[in-house]
Design a protein around this ligand. Structure first.
Ligand SMILES: [Zn+2]
Length: 153
């Protein structure tokens, strides 16, 4: 089994999983952008692969149907598309990613959370300064760290 990792998975992991894992190049670019120190540690162990445009189209279609399209970045969608291409399992803490995977029948697993059965409402927390937001943006307006999605309690 191949694990396909997204940025939220990598941000919440101490070590790379022992299973064969791969991520789209965009995920590595995000880690590089936030100068994540683990990138240096993991270096070449982090395998990257591009997804096909056919898979990307299918993911877009599915995300539009579930209403997750606005919550998914192109990088997020490339994670799901790559899983489709390599027949892998998505490892992510992003509820929209997990939701679209479930709808598309792609095996998925969350890292720090217990995963989802049903998605209702959304909340976003900056992984840097821990501030909560109603709307997702690519970076926290306060400290510039990436945001993580949570289900509203
Ligand atoms: Zn912040």
């Amino acid at each position: 089994m191949t694990l396909v990792l997204d940025s939220s998975a990598l941000f919440s992991m101490e070590n790379l999983p022992e299973e064969d894992s791969v991520c789209p190049p965009g995920v590595v670019r995000e880690l590089t952008k936030y100068k994540d120190p683990r990138l240096e540690l993991w270096g070449d162990m982090l395998r990257t692969s591009d997804c096909s445009s056919e898979a990307m189209k299918k993911v877009e279609e599915a995300a539009r149907k579930t209403g997750d399209l606005g919550r998914l970045s192109p990088v997020d969608m490339s994670v799901i598309a790559l899983a489709l291409d390599v027949d892998g399992t998505v490892l992510s803490d992003d509820f929209s990613i997990l939701n679209v995977c479930t709808v598309m029948g792609i095996p998925n697993r969350s890292v720090g959370t217990k995963g989802i059965k049903k998605v209702e409402k959304w909340n976003y927390q900056c992984i840097g300064c821990k501030k909560w937001y109603k709307e997702r943006s690519n970076e926290c307006p306060i400290c510039g760290s990436p945001m993580k999605s949570f289900r509203k309690k």
